[in-house]
Design a protein around this ligand. Sequence first.
Ligand SMILES: Cc1ncc(COP(=O)(O)O)c(C=O)c1O
Length: 384
Amino acid sequence: MIYFDNNATTQIDPEVIQVMLPYLKDQYGNPSSAYSFGKHAAGAVQTAREQVAALLRCEPSEIIFTSCGTESDNSAIQSALLADPDRRHLVTSKVEHSAIIKHAEALARRGYEVTWLDVDSGGLISLDDLERAIRDDTAIVSLMWANNETGTLFPMEEAAEICRSKGTPFHTDAVQAVGKIEIDLRQLPISFLSLSGHKLHAPKGIAALYVNRKTRFNPYLIGGGQENKRRGGTENTASIVALGRAAELASSAMHEENSRVRALRDRFEQGLFATVSSIQINGHRTQRLPNTSNLAIEGIDAEGMLMLLDQKEICCSAGSACTAGSLEPSHVLKAMGYSNERARGSLRFSFSRFNSETEVERALQIIPNAIEKLRAMNRGFLAA
Ligand SMILES: Cc1ncc(COP(=O)(O)O)c(C=O)c1O
């Protein structure tokens, strides 16, 4: 199998599996228990907190472990709404993940007002639009760091600075950015940041929310006093330990992610452009994650391509995994102004440090033929 769908989820790093195993077997103590067996688990959770904080360059006390990126996103927004109930306006963009979009839509149904920022054809918001959208009653601005479909990177520094200057809490959904690009929270006035383990070679079902120490936090899950009273629920020790190690490995692989993985992606694109006509990149050409390639391929339908490639054991995506299975064209590509036809003929390939040059070369043997086959079939269908 050739796995080019690392924005959907990633392989767990074998080193990560190694460090979590003891906590699934012998070290099953509850981190809240007072005896040494529990304290050992609490120590492991604290080490993981330090490892995640080191990746983001923040304080360990600013990290709350959660169950998924969706929970982190939801918690940040709910916290800001509770912090100032008179503020009933939110700002976000049209290209966010459904963890933000569906939540904002649900809030709109409950009487909140939402401003949806447009993006241009490269998938970028306008900072002027952002500045104009923020009002005195804006409870929170939520903007993703990197787009899961196209890899386009929003101008984080500038967006965070605008929010800071207006005194508006700022959340970034950095689920696709963390582990792929350098993040230094010491330099950025961000209130909340979400990340998710399964996008950086840790297991599914573990994630974190960064809450700036100057930001008041209102818990989303109310229960026991875990996570310094900020998130009830017995800690998922093994997965937390895994996320900590994955964060540490991401730090040391960052240079590789930005060079070797980028080179794999660029070679893949260059190879396809050299052999297949009428292909275009969806997303910003330079302000883009190093691992993501979203391609509009004229004359194909993405669903058909996915089936052909599946037969050849190549995994990639049409739009995001969460919208796959629906025939709706991607909301991200639509927001960028592309036609339904272009959106339906677009595929996302996303690479990781576990991919090799050999896999890219093999894919470059297979994919052009599959495109040609599908184009011929579609031409025949139209002629019939
Ligand atoms: C940008 C973005 N935000 C949030 C999520 C949700 O993360 P999780 O699957 O951990 O809930 C994803 C996952 O695809 C994502 O890509």
